[in-house]
Design a binder for this molecule. Structure first.
Ligand code: PEP
Ligand code: CO
Length: 421
């Protein structure tokens, strides 16, 4: 392990402090209600899925969602991928048992391998180097696609929108799509060039900062800024399982200058949250803290208000982000993990209403999604059922929204506050 960490610490960083500070500024804008943050990507990226098609599909869904949201919310949308480093997973059980055989749990490609054999489940330190390489390859390709314009995004023929016709609100959705395409055409005709050439579509990277050896090996003190930065990603977040005030993760996050997320949900107390904010943002720096709440559709209305009040008492600005996925995971009769589209939307709507009623601002959304046509979550315009799940279920951990479901969430979100049912 020592050797792998030593090797990793000598390699160049994946991101720069300029990009990190630019994201912090954008998050500060969103905290004030002047922008909206879209975070999305896999629950767990895998080394095998680091392919051209997957990266293109993920970029496409994030960009298309952000156009829909920009149109509906009339605010800049800051895009943050759960990508280029989302390789380590917290697990609730240390072991996994199949047919009477128990083995150590799979903890993500950065730690061990998913195949169910004793050898594959032994942690392999070399995997942190393989993860670093995959993260760098992913971000390198994303940057090249963006610099090259990732052209013609706005032409409706490049949008896979057949599903819109299956929706109860098909007319409204068609109108959104038509109106986006008209606005882009209009802009291009006055600018005399393609919109993508005039506005760089930045995408930032985020992952759970779980594997401290990996993060630490790429953490540097930058003389020109006189501060420490985690240079594996722009935006690391702390999961609730590792957010103990006196724990190693909080100690690490306290020392870096990146903007950071904290996942909060049932079990997070007022005192705990206030302490986290005091420790992680002692100077009330704008842009620094995003609170990603994940209560579940049935718990949010009771769970969220006391925390909004508690945060206000700290004086720290925060960005409130709704993760409508992790509180709504359930198992089907045959034990397949899934999430129901209606519950995801219900939590999102409840989040919007709670924040609005308390004079607070819901400034972001955090989703597990993929640009592919998987069948992992049920519902949505096509009405996927439990019986459809077996068809294309690829996730190694949590179920993700597919392309159509993710676009539908973006459209719902754009209509929030406008009585779109
Ligand atoms: C995740 O984001 O994949 C995750 C494990 O979330 P949480 O910590 O909110 O359960
Ligand atoms: Co997950």
């Amino acid at each position: 392990m020592e050797r792998a960490i030593g090797d990793l610490s000598r390699l160049p960083p994946i991101v720069t402090s300029w990009e990190i500070e630019a994201l912090k500024d954008q998050i500060a804008l969103a905290q004030r209600g002047d922008a909206f943050v879209l975070q999305g990507g896999d629950c767990a990226e895998t080394f095998d899925e680091c392919t051209s098609e997957n990266i293109v599909a993920k970029l496409k869904i994030l960009l298309q969602m952000s156009l829909v949201m920009l149109h509906g919310l009339k605010k800049p949308v800051v895009r943050v991928g759960r990508m280029a480093g989302q390789y380590a997973k917290p697990r609730s059980a240390d072991t996994e048992t199949r047919d009477g055989v128990s083995l150590p749990s799979f903890r993500g490609d950065l730690v061990n391998r998913s195949a169910f054999t004793p050898a594959d489940r032994i942690p392999d330190p070399q995997l942190i180097l393989r993860g670093y390489e995959r993260a760098a390859l992913t971000l390198n390709f994303v940057r090249s696609l963006i610099d090259g314009g990732f052209a013609d995004l706005h032409h409706p023929e490049n949008w896979d929108l057949d599903w819109v016709g299956h929706s109860k609100t098909a007319d409204r959705y068609h109108e959104i799509v038509r109106s986006i395409s008209d606005s882009l055409d209009f802009l291009e005709s006055i600018l005399g060039r393609a919109v993508h050439q005039t506005q760089r579509a930045d995408i930032y990277a985020a992952h759970e900062g779980l594997h401290l050896s990996y993060e630490q090996a790429q953490t540097r003190y930058l003389d020109h800024r006189k501060r420490w930065y985690d240079l594996t990603t722009h935006f690391p977040w702390i999961g609730m399982r590792t957010a103990q005030i006196d724990g190693a993760h909080v100690e690490y996050f306290r020392g870096i200058s990146n903007p950071m997320g904290i996942k909060i949900g049932p079990g997070m107390t007022v005192e705990w949250l206030q302490n986290l904010i005091r420790v992680l943002n002692p100077n009330n720096e704008p842009g620094r803290i995003s609170l990603i709440h994940r209560f579940g559709a049935t718990a949010i209305e009771d769970g969220l208000p006391p925390l909004i009040k508690a945060v206000r008492e700290t004086g720290s600005p925060v960005l409130w982000v709704c993760d409508p996925m992790h509180g709504n995971t359930e198992s089907t009769a045959d034990g397949t993990k899934t999430r129901r589209f209606d519950k995801i939307v219900a939590e999102l709507e409840a989040a919007h209403d709670v924040h609005q009623s308390m004079g607070s601002y819901l400034g972001g959304i955090h989703l597990e999604l993929t640009g592919e046509n998987v069948t992992e979550c049920t519902g949505g315009a096509r009405g996927l059922t439990d019986g459809d799940l077996a068809r294309t279920y690829k996730s190694t951990v949590d179920p993700r929204l597919n392309y159509e479901q993710a676009m539908e969430v973006a459209m719902r979100l754009s209509g929030l506050g406008k009585n779109l049912d």
